[in-house]
Write a protein that binds this ligand. Structure first.
Ligand code: KIV
Length: 282
């Protein structure tokens, strides 16, 4: 099936609600800059400027050091591409913990930079934040399960909701977030059966990552799908190309051409000024 940008509609918050009712699956991927946004926008439905930019691109061990200023920087780059996908900005650690005014200012700043929604990690204890943002006309995507900003509380990146009480609490959290006004919820690192139960219990769509096939949609980090990162690969990641290998081999070819004086060729070089060469450089 071909994916031509012009054939695809602009995706909005109500679009996702409609798709859940129609059983149409939602595709979400991270984008942190204009290059990855342009690459992904024609083939996905939702672009997430995730705080995973911290560990994927900025060299941090986890997402905790990611600031509002960092998300602003990456969001602005993605927004400049004017994507047709729904553009969601992640609320990073400490951007919604220091009081409601600060939270609204941070989330509102993301909307003013081109986001169409924000994502907030956490369960029922975030309902006040969700209600306030929705009251300010800011659509909110929830995020439950293995929420990376809670890595220190969880004692590592561990699957959540495996025990009956934890599963019941997660279901309760999901229902509370929907009631507070979330338009969708990311379910990360939870058992398939629990994700299926949550998805069935809610009217709003769930978007899974390590949460099995029965969510309303799926999200992955773009760099994982394209094989651009080396090292540990989570069980839930499917990599479709050895991007690291392919791209490094191409770079090595160019480096070899430079070292062996095969680059640049005459065709890749400019001659001296002649009347005909007054045209702009191409
Ligand atoms: O920051 C991120 O990339 C995320 C997704 C993996 C859901 O939160």
């Amino acid at each position: 099936m071909s994916h031509h940008p012009q054939q695809l509609p602009n995706v909005t918050v109500p679009t996702l609600q409609l798709w859940k009712s129609q059983g149409r699956r939602i595709v979400m991927v991270t984008a942190y800059d204009a290059v990855t946004a342009r690459l992904a926008d024609p083939v996905v439905d939702v672009l997430l400027v995730g705080d995973s930019v911290g560990n994927v691109c900025l060299g941090f061990d986890n997402t905790l050091p990611v600031s509002v200023a960092m998300i602003n920087h990456h969001l602005e780059a993605v927004a400049r591409t004017k994507p047709r996908s729904l553009l969601v900005a992640d609320m990073p650690f400490l951007s919604f913990h220091l009081g409601m005014d600060d939270t609204v200012r941070n989330a509102g700043g993301f909307m003013q930079r081109g986001a169409a929604a924000v994502k907030v990690e956490g369960g029922a204890k975030r309902c006040d934040v969700v209600r306030k943002l929705v009251d300010c006309e800011i659509p909110v995507m929830g995020h439950l399960g293995l929420t990376p900003q809670s890595v220190n509380v969880m004692g590592g990146f561990k699957v959540q909701g495996r025990e009956a009480t934890a599963a019941a609490k997660l279901l309760e959290d999901a229902v509370a977030l929907e009631a507070a006004g979330c338009f969708s919820i990311v379910l990360e690192g939870i058992p398939t059966a629990l994700a299926a139960e949550v998805t069935k219990a809610l009217r709003i769509p769930t978007i899974g990552i390590g949460a099995g096939p029965q969510c309303s949609g799926q999200v992955l980090v773009l760099h994982d799908v394209l094989g651009l990162v080396q090292g540990h690969k989570a069980k839930f990641v499917r990599t479709y190309v050895d991007g690291y290998g392919v791209l490094q081999a191409a770079l090595a070819q160019w480096a070899g051409d430079v070292r062996e004086a095969r680059f640049p060729s005459a065709a890749e070089s400019y001659g001296a000024a002649t009347p005909a060469s007054a045209a702009p450089a191409g």
